[in-house]
Design a protein around this ligand. Structure first.
Ligand SMILES: [Zn+2]
Length: 166
């Protein structure tokens, strides 16, 4: 992915706010855009600290807040599994399916949903701008084996698209 427009948008936002574009902020932005799928702030922090242990928790959390404000990052609240973030620039809006047992989150994108929502908006006299859809389910293997297979596999790779809770 070409990060130039993303970095330019962030730089412009920081300038408007009278904030500096520090190497830390740039580093966090790049790491966020290297993550696949939704991630927690703690996963991001762990991931960043694996290459730079000097980054403080406050810097990472503050930068995430700034990225949210300028819409380069989206926020998802997955029930008891908590807050997740996700890069959002230049991405088609995706919906999410959450396993309520292991916390695995999978994305899906079905264009039929888009037309259903546009139709609903038209009937109600509004133009639909965006939506949030979180489906809650269970991994199929839970029923047959009594255990979700994703606890450990997603923990091993913090940038996995199927994050579990830590
Ligand atoms: Zn599961």
């Amino acid at each position: 992915m070409n990060l130039e427009p993303v970095e330019a948008a962030f730089f412009e936002f920081l300038q408007e706010r009278g904030l500096r574009q520090t190497p830390e902020r740039q580093c966090i932005l790049r790491r966020v855009y290297a993550m696949n799928g939704p991630f927690t702030a703690d996963t991001l922090l762990e991931n960043l600290r694996s290459s730079d242990s000097r980054l403080s928790r406050a810097t990472v959390y503050n930068t995430l807040e700034l990225l949210l404000e300028c819409r380069l990052v989206a926020h998802h609240q997955f029930g008891r599994f908590g807050s997740y973030y996700e890069k959002s620039h230049g991405r088609r809006q995706a919906d999410h399916l959450l396993c309520t047992n292991c916390g695995r989150i999978q994305e899906f994108c079905d264009p039929r949903l888009h037309s259903i929502l546009q139709d609903a908006g038209q009937v109600l006299g509004q133009r639909v701008l965006h939506h949030e859809l979180h489906l809650h389910g269970e991994c199929l293997l839970l029923q047959s084996t009594g255990q979700c297979p994703h606890f450990e596999s997603s923990k091993a790779d913090p940038s996995s698209s199927s994050p579990a809770l830590h």
